[in-house]
Design a protein around this ligand. Structure first.
Ligand SMILES: Cc1cc2nc3c(=O)[nH]c(=O)nc-3n(C[C@H](O)[C@H](O)[C@H](O)COP(=O)(O)OP(=O)(O)OC[C@H]3O[C@@H](n4cnc5c(N)ncnc54)[C@H](O)[C@@H]3O)c2cc1C
Length: 318
């Protein structure tokens, strides 16, 4: 990597650039080899500078929020891993239910702050671990609501360094999908449109939802939430269980005994173990039901990446 580019990037951020940084410390699965450079961005201004500077210097950039929906490759990632954080990130409440937020802000911090201001809408997604940027990319949500429904504008920067605004319609939010997924743009910030509510009740509702999630999901072992999307008219967890896969194991990766659509890192799991197990679940569920499950988690590209197996035929739901 040209040292002049990395020097310019160093002067664009307030935090320390980490060289040969293990990604296992930055992903909730706790797997992944080393990032050549891990660059923390304290807010969207820093993130934009790093992204544009690196790409114009020919250095590949991989964007990471909390790493709560990704499988980082065992062989590591070349170039820069841009880690969005909220250290000095913006969260503004200018009135009339408008909220202006940098992409690195965590959903729980945003939900708590909005509730404190009597702004309603984030409660259903408050317990989802991650940043607002990651939640926009994934249109993260629960049965009670998703990220996209609160968005009035998303601002991205393209690899050419051009800023673009998207309305909610243009963002094409769908079930765990958006126009931003796989586009290669950096999500910088968003404007939310929220309704009003009682601060105490909203705060209590966030706490209640967090407690409910603690009881429902296997939060004690490293994982990255649901492995597969919900197929039409069914649940991935139900299908995996019905196909007899609960407790199935590959290396250090196991199907959670508590929630069959969660793979947990039960010890020394690698990304390869997780992807192998996910592939086996897909094959077994397909054999059992004819349904080919679609991955919700994102295998990040990098050295030694293993892609999930392709579906065997076109009669599936994918
Ligand atoms: C215990 C647990 C429970 C979960 N429950 C749910 C749930 O109920 N509902 C749900 O929908 N999800 C759930 N998830 C999955 C995950 O929390 C969400 O998908 C979350 O929105 C990911 O946010 P993140 O910041 O961690 O993104 P990451 O995992 O870091 O990144 C996800 C993708 O977005 C990209 N990305 C991140 N930020 C940006 C940005 N600013 N610009 C461009 N690209 C970016 C990354 O490159 C990657 O492709 C759960 C995960 C865990 C571990």
């Amino acid at each position: 990597m040209p040292s002049s580019v990395i020097d310019r990037i160093r002067s664009a951020v307030s935090g320390n650039i980490l060289e040969s940084e293990p990604l296992s410390g930055h992903t909730t699965y706790r797997v992944g080899g080393k990032a050549e450079y891990l660059v923390p961005a304290a807010d969207s201004t820093e993130a934009e500078k790093v992204y544009v500077e690196a790409l114009s210097g020919g250095i590949p950039v991989t964007i990471l929020g909390w790493g709560s929906n990704v499988i980082a490759p065992d062989g590591g990632i070349e170039g820069i891993v841009l880690k969005m954080s909220s250290e000095s990130a913006r969260m503004e409440f200018p009135g009339s239910g408008r909220v202006l937020v940098d992409a690195g802000v965590s959903l729980i911090d945003l939900a708590r702050a909005a509730a404190g201001k009597g702004l309603k809408g984030l409660e259903p997604i408050a317990g989802i671990p991650g940043t607002l940027g990651g939640a926009i990319i994934m249109n993260a949500g629960t049965d009670d609501g998703d990220t996209g429904s609160l968005i009035s504008r998303v601002t991205v920067v393209t690899p050419e360094g051009v800023r673009r605004d998207f309305t909610r319609d243009e963002a094409a939010f769908g079930y765990r999908s958006s126009v931003f997924q796989g586009a290669g743009w950096l999500v910088l910030e968003a404007e939310l449109a929220m309704s009003s509510g009682d601060p105490e009740k909203l705060t209590a509702e966030i706490l209640r939802i967090q407690e409910e999630r603690k009881a429902k999901f296997p939060l004690d072992d490293p994982n990255a939430g649901s492995v597969f999307k919900r197929p039409p008219g069914d649940y991935a967890g139900r299908l995996i269980e019905a196909a007899g896969c609960k407790g199935l194991r590959r290396g250090g990766a196991t199907v959670s005994p508590r929630h069959a659509n969660f793979i947990i890192n039960a010890g020394e799991a690698t990304a390869a173990d997780i992807l192998e197990l996910a592939g086996e679940l897909r094959r077994r569920v397909h054999k059992f039901s004819g349904i080919w499950l679609e991955m919700e988690q994102i295998p990040l590209p990098g050295q030694g990446s293993i892609l999930p197996p392709p579906r065997p035929d076109r009669s599936s739901s994918e």
